[in-house]
Design a protein around this ligand. Structure first.
Ligand SMILES: NC(=[NH2+])NCCC[C@H](N)C(=O)O
Length: 418
């Protein structure tokens, strides 16, 4: 059974799920881009090259075997049990409203071809597009979240992401390394309508992983946003308290706006006392407030995310401001994911190489900035070892990746941290 254990945003990253941009992305037409949640069409080979740099950096720190590709996990899940696989094919035909006869196309495929078809939507053998691509599968953050020893399988708000949920549920259900987790009651599946029904007033359940952050063992933050409903947060909170998974669930209300679709677009923690943040919302509280629910039943409110962190997490928390807190730079750099960093260990985090004012802010806070290409070269020629890297922001090539509107935090689904 896979060890799943994440109790912070910054503890040494040990195992992570990622997804390399797949061929489906190269079939998005300009007219469909917006509906598929991309802000432009992208050039796939370049995007893959950029993503490869990202995973290569991760592999140096974590070991290549600990950077799990979700497509490979899907393939292994399909290999594990023929019965599960047939059941899944029947369900997806239903789910995607395909004619039953398509089963005859999918069932005989070998598992590699089937995996590819399920992910890209394209059945190469027959030159047939069966379903839409799921281009946002690269943002593995959003599909599942490990909270202490439990995994929450999230439920997307946007239809363009529904098949990601479907495949994730299958992987956590059928893959040998995750199977036992379910049996041990350690998987919380928000797609299960018996446990997570709509509210009596028909508020829907949706939570995307970019809205979920485990700050420490006791505090789980959940954004109430364009993608995550208050009803879903309450439902999940009740289950987490009942199972004793965390002691506090913190509802972080933010404006419902595409630029801030999840809380991780406006702040991420990168060190014990450092959060990178978009000032207007996180510090000034624009359109935002915070509600803390304690397992004991107590509740507390804060007028801003900053106030919450200072009062309940650490009085020493310092906020590094994207775009140095000045418009128009802060708005530009928030848009290109200047606040969306993933920490590999405390004080070492990955970001895009296109946010110069935010880089200045990092330098002033005592970090050095190094480009991923330079870092990888130093690893290769032996002049630097991953364990020697401290207080460093690693910048990644990002011309194509950033058009998908997600950063390095979105592209990682950590399942184990130290
Ligand atoms: N955790 C995140 N911020 N994910 C970003 C997801 C971006 C993706 N294009 C979407 O709109 O769904």
């Amino acid at each position: 059974m896979a060890k799943v254990s994440v109790s912070s945003e910054i503890g040494a990253l040990k195992r992570v799920i990622v997804h390399r941009p797949d061929e489906g992305i190269a079939r998005i037409s300009p007219k469909r881009a917006e509906e598929l949640l991309f802000d432009d069409i992208v050039y796939l080979p370049q995007m893959q090259e950029e993503h490869d740099v990202f995973t290569e950096v991760l592999a140096h720190f974590l070991g290549a075997g600990n950077v799990l590709e979700i497509e490979q996990l899907l393939y292994e899940a399909l290999e594990a049990d023929e019965g599960d696989k047939l059941e899944m094919i029947a369900k997806i035909i239903d789910y995607e409203e395909l004619p039953q006869s398509y089963g005859d196309l999918l069932i005989p495929l070998d598992n590699r071809a089937l995996t590819e078809t399920l992910v890209t939507g394209y059945l190469a053998e027959k030159d047939l597009i069966l379903f839409d691509p799921i281009p946002n599968f690269i943002f593995t953050r959003d599909i599942a979240v490990t909270v202490n020893g439990h995994v929450i399988i999230t439920k997307a708000a946007k239809e363009a992401r529904f098949r990601e949920n479907f495949l994730t549920r299958f992987i956590f259900w059928a893959h040998p390394i995750f199977r036992e987790l379910g049996k041990a009651g350690r998987i919380i599946n928000l797609n299960n309508v018996e446990h997570f029904p709509p509210s009596p007033k028909r508020e829907m359940v949706s939570i995307e992983g970019g809205d979920v952050m485990i700050i420490n063992q006791d505090y789980l933050l959940i954004g109430c946003s364009e993608r995550t409903t208050a009803h879903a947060i309450r439902s999940l909170r009740d289950v987490l308290f009942e199972k004793g998974v965390v002691k506090h669930v913190v509802q972080v209300n933010i404006p419902t706006d595409r630029s801030y679709m999840h809380i991780d677009t406006i702040f991420t923690q990168i060190n014990h006392h450092h959060v990178v943040a978009f000032k207007p919302i996180v510090l000034d509280g624009l359109g935002s407030y915070v509600e803390v629910f304690a397992q004991s039943g107590a509740t507390r409110q804060y007028p801003s995310i900053k106030e919450f962190f200072l009062s309940e997490i650490s009085p020493n928390m310092t906020f590094i401001l994207s775009g140095e807190g000045e418009s128009p730079y802060q708005d530009r750099e928030q848009w290109t994911d200047g606040c969306n960093l993933v920490a590999i260990k405390p004080g070492v985090a990955l970001t895009y190489d296109r946010n110069p004012y935010t880089e200045k802010a990092f330098r002033k806070a005592g970090y050095q900035i190094i480009h991923a290409h330079t870092l990888l070269q130093a690893f290769k020629d032996g002049s630097l070892k991953p364990e020697e890297v401290e207080n460093t922001i690693i910048t990644l090539p990002s011309n194509e990746l950033s058009r998908a509107r997600g950063g390095s935090h979105c592209m990682t689904c950590p399942i184990e941290r130290g």
